[in-house]
Design a protein around this ligand. Sequence first.
Ligand code: HEC
Ligand code: HEC
Ligand code: HEC
Length: 132
Amino acid sequence: MELFAIAKKAASSCKAPRELFLSALFLACGLAFLAGAAGGGQAGQEDSSHMILSGGSQGVVPFPHGLHQKVVEDCQTCHALFEQQKGAIEKAQKAGELGNRELMRQCTTCHRQARQAKQPHGPVSCNNCHNA
Ligand code: HEC
Ligand code: HEC
Ligand code: HEC
């Protein structure tokens, strides 16, 4: 994180005229480029790949969406309940199309079944999802 901040600072100084490209600055810019490339990728993943879902009164639920896109074969397992859109859960709940805790049941049922089958599975207890 700290390296990223430093590199970011250096990146802004990359706009300096070419004459100022001392070897040290050159290195810093190179680093900034690398950090920018890696950081950019991660930031992109955070947006659509890792989510924090509202768990209402029980507290937020971190949700690795990208992982589920890989391990759950059919997108519709979840998206039959709500659209493939940010804020879709809230929208569907407000419209009365998605019941309270209906999605949660989807999460816990699948995790429990996978656990029973001795497969890799996600959390099944409250505290390992809510505020985890
Ligand atoms: C285990 C459940 C689950 C599975 C499986 C799943 N999603 Fe999602 N998806 C979600 C949740 C939860 C959200 C967040 C909705 C919200 O913000 O209200 C979401 C949101 C999205 C969004 C909007 C993301 C954004 O940041 O704008 C897209 C696009 C999406 N899903 C596509 C897919 C695709 C394509 C697949 C299959 C390859 C898939 N999803 C599989 C649960 C799932
Ligand atoms: C696999 C993750 C997961 C586990 C385990 C889990 N929850 Fe949830 N819970 C969620 C998600 C996601 C939501 C939001 C979506 C929904 O309401 O269906 C939610 C919503 C809720 C809500 C609705 C909050 C509101 O105000 O609308 C309550 C209450 C709740 N959970 C209680 C619990 C309790 C109690 C347990 C343990 C017995 C538990 N949850 C275990 C993921 C989980
Ligand atoms: C159809 C099955 C299925 C559904 C639905 C599902 N999951 Fe999972 N989840 C999995 C599997 C399988 C894993 C284990 C993946 C692995 O470790 O390879 C997992 C893992 C996880 C993990 C742990 C990730 C880690 O890095 O260890 C979390 C957190 C999680 N799920 C949250 C949720 C929440 C919240 C929901 C509902 C919004 C949900 N899951 C719905 C199958 C499911």
